[in-house]
Design a protein around this ligand. Sequence first.
Ligand SMILES: Nc1ncnc2c1ncn2[C@@H]1O[C@H](COP(=O)(O)OP(=O)(O)OP(=O)(O)O)[C@@H](O)[C@H]1O
Length: 585
Amino acid sequence: MGGSIEVTGLSKTYGRQNIWHDVTLTLPPGEITAMMGPSGTGKSVFLKSLIGLVQPEEGQVLVDGVDMVSVPESHKLELRKKFGILFQDGALFGSMSVYDNVAFPLREHTRLKEPQVRDVVMEKLDMVGLVGQEHKLPGEISGGMKKRAGLARSLVTDPEIILIDEPDSGLDPVRTSNLAQLLIEVNAATDATMLVVTHNIELARTLPDNIGMLYRRELVMFGPREAFLITDHPVVSQFMSGDPDGPIGMSEETDHRRSEAFDYSGGYPDAGMFHSGARAIEVVPRQLQPRSGAVRPSAERHRERVASGRAPLYVADDEESDQARPIARPSLPVRSLTATGSLFALALDTLRNLFRRPFRAGETLEQFWFVVSVSWVPAILISIPLGAVIALQLGTLTTQLGAQSFTGAASVLAIVQQAAPMVTTLVIAGAGGAAICAELGSRTIRDEIAAMRVMGLNPVHRLVVPRTLACVGAAVLLNGLVSVVGVLGGYFFNVMLQGGTPGAYLSSFTALAQIADLWIGEIKAVIFGFIAAVVACYRGLNTAPGPKGVGDSVNQSVVVTFLLLFFVNSVLTALYLTLVPMKGA
Ligand SMILES: Nc1ncnc2c1ncn2[C@@H]1O[C@H](COP(=O)(O)OP(=O)(O)OP(=O)(O)O)[C@@H](O)[C@H]1O
């Protein structure tokens, strides 16, 4: 029998937006449940909170007795292996073929040999009608096909709990019916617990054993399909009939006014009360049955629960439903501290995962090449004028002080210790970091990262570590390059324009500088490269929905990196000057 999920007092907010509060329900093991509700009522957020992809502020989600809300992330990764999930647009990995996407969980989590993997993958692809399309990339197939490929991937490990977000979006009515039929066959064959989030009334009327509805920040009704469909509840009956007249309008904001104006004189049905008889026969259609003739064990259990009165219909209290909940939003300092703490936690997690096997050499090299290729030209173009300006300024100053022979040492130290690591990392953050943040942000809003987490994979190990090593490697390499170009630029301007002598420029450097002065530049490059990468990855992985969310993340990642770099540079410089004695001092 499938896994059990018991939700108690669950509440979720985003900023000032209360998504839903105090949601309590149980998904009966092995049964199919549909969650309905107008757009934007938080159905997808609810589904993600069951699997620990969204962190609710209050409440519990017991998955086979373990609370998904409070267990540590490492335990969540294990618990998620019980789940299969189909995200709204399939959440396929864009760089892999349909075949590799479906094979991915098997290759990661089982010891099956490639021929066995092939058998399972082809069986699931056949089930969803995608045989012949397996070599295509996700970008080359339609939205409906992506959805079916996502379903095949979610079924490939025979999960105990299957979560499906809007299976019908992007599908025509015939394919929607076929998909519904497929889901009932899967349930009959596996007895998995299933939750289907949908707007599709026909699907909700014929597929599930139980139905729930979210509306205006709460669960308005939840219970057996046969009780839910015959209710007189104004919100539920309007939604199920698709009637434009009623408390539900164009948006939740205006619904508040419509709701006040609506005549509720018919009253609400009593919780736990079943309406039966002629009306039930009229409005409750026959539930879909497996074509194979198999008997669904969960359907039998459901009938027993209903007959014995152990499946009451929950109806929210009308008084409660119209009350706006005050949202205790943390103050700005608290939110800033929380974000800083999370960034710091990601940095530590990245360091921990550096030593985890397998080492992803291919992706690290690919990212390294990418960061170097977008950064080296701007880095050099900036370093030439910067070296010149530093040499000219210091040359003028040392001449005024009568110490012109020390121009070389001053310029080289300024370039190697300060300018080169800063320039390198600002360019890496602006070019490479911004691209990394945009890439991870797009993958986040397409639910690719969530899909990875569901498959029990750690995005820090898979994505953040290779990108961090790439940025650190690129920073060290480019720092050397920028230093050389900057020093040559300084030399050229000092010797050609300020009348300095080549011998004095170099000998002053050896007289005043020491090997530690060169090391500090490279150490700074390592630290700054690490900061640029972790900030970019952090913002990318915590992107808000939509293209605007990605844009905001990129912007914040660049600004935050710049601020951190200047701060950390001043601390490192002060430490170096305090701890390392100057040559000749
Ligand atoms: N990561 C996030 N950050 C901020 N707000 C979010 C985030 N994810 C979801 N939301 C907000 O939560 C609300 C509910 O979104 P959700 O996608 O769950 O709605 P839905 O009921 O599934 O809608 P639809 O049926 O249109 O898909 C929306 O207003 C959305 O903007």
